[in-house]
Write a protein that binds this ligand. Structure first.
Ligand code: MRU
Length: 348
């Protein structure tokens, strides 16, 4: 598989004319890239979770818009803007919680609004920039986060979901900090929660770290409290799908529970996230739409047609800012996050 040793495996590859998406549903058993030539295909790749993770969703959507412009733009086609708008709408409806999706679509719409001479070139340049900026942000956050962990003399870390190269343009957010920290202190203990029901931790994080020879210990999600009680970890490090302007953070289901347990056990919580994941229109986390996915992701097949049995499957939860020790972004770190700290980050 194509891979950049600096930034880890590649979830997304722009070929010059199409987008290749590593099908994360098949990992770690199969390494298979699907190739997309239109925005509708990319929207389906996001909705079906071939590509997942907030930053990677945003990057894929940006390339999706570029593909749409490539497909529909022609000075002779008077309907090209309407056709692209329909594709942007399809991309916007692929998944609701990760704000990077809407942020990236906003950036691509702004390119078109500028009426560039060559819309195809301008859109491709913007999508490529979003991709490159994400990798650069992850690198910066990796070092900033590792600085904090070094100051606190970290010994053990628990992470949740997958926040690595697979979930981003490359390197990763929370997993980027872990990469940077392991490079500084190779003996550090890294634990990954399996992350039910989709098993991003067990299938993706463990695989991704193993690809880079970073030792990792898998735990069942239900072992987290006992792990904290044992004293083995002093930090939980996670990513985010949408951060409100008071620091409340939506992330993979189970993050809130981990943060509550962390408070009980004196463990600190670090959220690592690029500013593209901060929703500047949302005052608090109660306003974040939480995606509910199909019951079939939880229920065994035998209950498919049984009216007595159902499943409740929210795939994100919101951790209140008061349970978060620090939010690390590429613009800097917000200790004990609050509305004031978040506003300062943007110089508002
Ligand atoms: O449902 P997923 O796999 O898209 O959820 C991903 C997460 O919750 C990640 O923690 C988050 O997107 C941050 S990834 C850098």
């Amino acid at each position: 598989m194509t891979e950049d040793k600096q930034t880890g495996v590649q979830a997304l590859q722009w070929t010059g004319h199409s987008l290749k998406v590593l099908d994360q549903r098949q990992l770690p058993d199969n390494i298979n890239y699907d190739e997309y030539n239109d925005a509708r295909g990319v929207a389906d790749a996001i909705a079906s979770m071939r590509v997942r993770g907030a930053p990677a969703i945003g990057i894929a959507a940006a390339y999706g818009v570029a593909l749409s412009i490539k497909q529909h733009y022609s000075p002779d086609n008077v309907l090209w803007r309407q056709e692209i708008d329909r594709d942007i709408d399809a991309l916007a409806h692929s998944r609701p919680t990760a704000v990077n999706l809407f942020w990236a679509l906003g950036r691509m719409k702004a390119v078109l609004a500028d009426e560039p001479e060559n819309p195809i070139e301008a859109a491709l340049a913007c999508a490529g920039q979003i991709h490159a900026d994400d990798i650069a942000a992850n690198r910066t956050m990796g070092e900033l986060g590792a600085d904090i962990l070094t100051d606190f003399n970290v010994k053990g870390i628990l992470t949740h979901c997958n926040t690595g190269a697979l979930a981003t343009g490359g390197y990763g957010t929370a997993l980027g900090v872990i990469r940077s920290m392991v490079a500084r202190k190779p003996g550090i203990q890294v634990y990954a929660g399996e992350t039910r029901p989709w098993l991003q931790g067990q299938r993706l994080t463990v695989w991704e770290l193993a690809q880079d020879n970073i030792p990792v210990t898998l735990i069942a999600d239900s072992a987290a409290a006992w792990l904290m009680k044992s004293g083995a970890i002093d930090w939980i490090i996670v990513g985010a799908d949408r951060v409100a302007m008071n620091g409340d953070t939506a992330n993979k289901i189970g993050t809130y529970g981990l943060a509550v347990l962390a408070k009980r056990h004196g463990v600190k919580v670090m959220v690592v996230t690029p500013t593209s994941t901060i929703d500047r229109n949302l005052m608090n986390g109660e306003l974040i739409e939480i995606e509910q996915r199909q019951q079939s992701e939880l229920l065994p097949n035998c209950y498919n047609d049984n009216p007595c049995v159902s499943a409740w499957n929210p795939v994100f939860d919101v951790t209140p800012a008061e349970l978060i020790s620090v939010i690390v972004t590429e613009k800097g770190c917000v200790m004990n996050p609050s509305a004031t700290g978040l506003r300062e980050l943007f110089n508002d």
